[in-house]
Design a binder for this molecule. Sequence first.
Ligand code: CP3
Length: 354
Amino acid sequence: MAELKNDRFLRALLKQPVDVTPVWMMRQAGRYLPEYRATRTRAGSFMDLCKNPELACEVTIQPLERFPLDAAILFSDILTVPDAMGLGLRFAEGEGPIFDRPVRSAADVDRLFVPDPEGELKYVMDAVRTIRRELNGRVPLIGFSGSPWTLATYMVEGGSSKEFAHVKGMLYDQPALMHKLLDVTAQAVTQYLNAQVDAGAQALMIFDTWGGALTPRDYQEFSLRYMTKIVSGLKREADGRKVPVVLFTKGGGQWLESMAEAGADALGLDWTVDIGAARARVGDKVALQGNMDPCVLYASPERIRAEVASILAAYGQGSGHVFNLGHGIHQHVNPEHAAAFVEAVHELSASYHP
Ligand code: CP3
């Protein structure tokens, strides 16, 4: 494997010294880029794009051709895992994801199985191998999955949801069944992430997009517990280097202390917490990734630069910070504003790494 030319992302996650603060953007390969939309049209649909390793590789690298980002993230989706567990995923135009066979009953949970990452999910591993080869050591490649709880919200609701009527109904009325569902999903996620490491992923991120919808007690029992179990089952070294793990619970700012005990190397932060206060709370336990409000990218390049400056100042001196947005980049953002964001992080952060 080619030597890494830019490893500041991996170094920052391990709190090792860096020259400037590394930066990448959640959903950096996506609809705000006209070249992404063109490739997706060529593929036919979003899932066809995910299932075509050459095209998935192409869109993974597109944002790196535009911006000097410090990491690439596998182009795929968190819902590939429940799809491979037999639920039948499709993306209806303008409606988001839909599962043809949602999980509603004990019999539905019993039918779930742990998919073979090199079987039903081989297209994801092929994408990882293709991207890793194509990157040729330019920047590290991030692999990812959803958290069991976040996947369960889609599996039980059958798609996106605002109220979580079915999944919370199951959690409150049939907690044992919910645990059974989360347990098999956690096994699937563990094997899936380890296979991504074997295929070439150099860091891993777990997206817990809906953990923040839970009560504090239920967050511990139904989300954090399963993420902790996954982290303890992950391969943490490849090619003689550590494979850092990032946990991201959107809306999890109130639980950073317990998240920091889960065994991950870093926590992802949304924009509702002050990153300096977060750093004081987690101390030396973990690095932090985040946390500019993605809507700042709708403002002027001057305003974007000022916001970057204030987040860098809040974090303060030294390593342990990977700059990112607090959630995915929005589809109507002007790519030139994303360029101003990345440039501001690199330019303004040098003085924090003397
Ligand atoms: O960050 C990246 O560039 C890597 C690719 C990536 C995608 N989805 C591509 C995608 C990643 C890491 C994800 C994760 C994901 N997917 C999450 C967790 C992160 C988060 O955003 O909270 C969730 C909840 C999903 C599920 C999902 N995928 C939904 C609800 C939707 C539809 C909503 C929407 O934005 O249209 C998707 C589709 C999706 N995943 C798109 C992309 C680029 C847009 C699809 C398109 O091109 O039409």
